[in-house]
Design a protein around this ligand. Structure first.
Ligand SMILES: Cc1cc2nc3c(=O)[nH]c(=O)nc-3n(C[C@H](O)[C@H](O)[C@H](O)COP(=O)(O)OP(=O)(O)OC[C@H]3O[C@@H](n4cnc5c(N)ncnc54)[C@H](O)[C@@H]3O)c2cc1C
Length: 401
């Protein structure tokens, strides 16, 4: 049997690693991060838009609002300390039609309530001063938004955890959790790991891991694939920085947008289509277990009933490049269909309630000697250092570490 750890963290994504980092900063706890894949950041953390979110969208007072604004500041300081490339380039949110103006007003109100600095309403002419190829009736300038590569950030977190005597165990998928003589035994593909306490940061598998630990999560993760296109190099000049539509306030997704990446490319997307498998990065990747799991979950059918129309629109955009292009062309009319080409995908872990409601805020649930992170969608990468600190404080209270 391996040595007994004070804390085992399941999941080597940015949330698990930030939690480990926060715990090692407090000192004193022997900890291990247990990751199924051959490297860290292989799922949501390594397949996202690479945006440092400002905190614009989130309900004031929510976990998302607080952790995003605090986390952004901490992330920027972390990047400066460790020489990680990032850029605070700002973004414009564009109302293309007058009917989007009330939602733009609400975004501005939320941004101010969340303490964002420098946000400013833009006229149609002022939008073009920031983004010469965008056409809209009004816009919002959000200067605190930035770009980064979260894989680089997560690898640095892992490096620091190891430098502070933490263990990162790769290729170790947790398949079973048992309580034995007051400890927890994690059965993994690398053998058993004994720990006094556990933190579940399993992303797309967090609900299953909670069940393995004997906790009813009261929700189910439904994976939504986000597909990207990129603008061909000769036409990248159409986009200077980040261009977003006004999102539909009923959904936690932001709508297809343009993002200049820290590597210099310009991505367009992501859409949001139901994935037929938890790690369904490609359209036809399926898992019978996952599909049966959706079918057996009443929340899935209630969600499908509520949002079938939007879901069909997203599916259509997934299958039809010209439909995807039309959504983008609303923002940048000069963009031609042959200016974009497919460019990978990410899969979001979206928690869904039994009522069919999409869980909007981050959700942390405590059990005996356990903390489960059951919903950590965007902006959890931006917010990671703040989320890590929040969980480390919960661990100090719950586990006494
Ligand atoms: C398309 C897309 C775009 C996004 N854009 C942004 C953005 O621009 N800005 C932003 O801030 N956020 C963005 N996000 C959100 C952000 O990427 C996630 O919120 C964040 O990465 C979540 O991190 P995580 O550690 O919880 O999950 P993950 O990165 O998915 O990590 C979970 C880890 O748990 C491991 N695991 C699962 N089951 C087991 C098991 N049984 N045993 C061992 N290990 C296990 C997995 O292998 C995985 O490595 C985006 C997400 C997506 C999908």
């Amino acid at each position: 049997m391996n040595p007994t750890y004070d804390v085992a963290i399941i999941g080597g994504g940015i949330v698990g690693l930030a939690t480990a980092l926060a715990l090692t900063r407090r000192g004193g706890a022997r900890l291990i991060v247990v990751e199924a894949e051959q490297d860290v950041a292989q799922h949501q953390t390594g397949h996202n838009s690479g945006v440092i979110h400002s905190g614009l969208y989130y309900k004031p007072g929510s976990h998302k609002a607080r952790n995003c604004t605090e986390g952004r500041t901490a992330l920027i300081q972390f990047c400066q300390e460790h020489g990680i490339p990032y850029e605070c380039c700002g973004k414009v949110v564009v109302a293309v039609d007058a009917h989007e103006l009330p939602a733009l007003d609400e975004l501005e109100r939320r941004g101010r309530a969340n303490g964002l600095q420098g946000i400013r309403r833009l006229t149609a002419e002022e939008i073009r001063e920031h983004e010469p190829n965008v056409v809209g009736v009004a816009g919002l300038w959000v200067p605190e938004t930035g770009i980064i590569d979260y894989r680089v950030v997560a690898r640095k977190y892992a490096e620091l955890v190891k430098a502070r005597e933490g263990t990162v165990c790769l290729k170790a998928r947790v398949t079973k959790v048992e309580r034995r003589a007051g400890d927890l035994i994690l059965h993994t593909s690398q053998g058993d790991i004994q720990a006094r306490n556990l933190i579940n940061c399993g992303g797309l598998h967090s609900d299953r891991l909670a069940r393995l630990c004997g906790l009813d999560p009261g929700l189910q993760i439904i994976p939504f694939r986000g597909e990207y296109y990129e603008i061909v190099p000769e036409r990248r000049h159409l986009v200077k920085n980040l261009i977003y539509p006004v999102p539909d306030p009923r959904f936690p997704f932001l709508g297809v947008h343009f993002t200049r990446t820290i590597a210099g490319s310009v991505e367009a997307g992501p859409n949001a289509v139901l994935a037929f498998r938890r790690e369904g990065y490609r359209r036809w990747q399926m898992s019978a277990r996952d599909l049966l799991g959706y079918a057996a979950y009443p929340g899935f059918w209630r969600m499908a009933w509520k949002y079938w129309r939007t879901g069909l629109g997203e599916m259509h955009r997934s299958f039809s490049k010209s439909a995807f292009h039309r959504a983008l062309q609303r923002l940048v009319p000069e963009l031609r269909c042959d200016d974009i080409r497919p460019f990978g995908a990410g899969v979001r872990a979206q928690a869904v309630e039994p009522t069919g409601a999409l869980v909007d805020d981050f959700r942390f649930v405590e059990g005996e000697r356990m903390i489960h992170v059951l919903n950590a969608p965007s902006p959890a990468a931006t917010a990671s250092l703040s989320i890590g600190r929040t969980i480390a404080e919960m661990a100090a209270r719950n586990f006494g570490v």
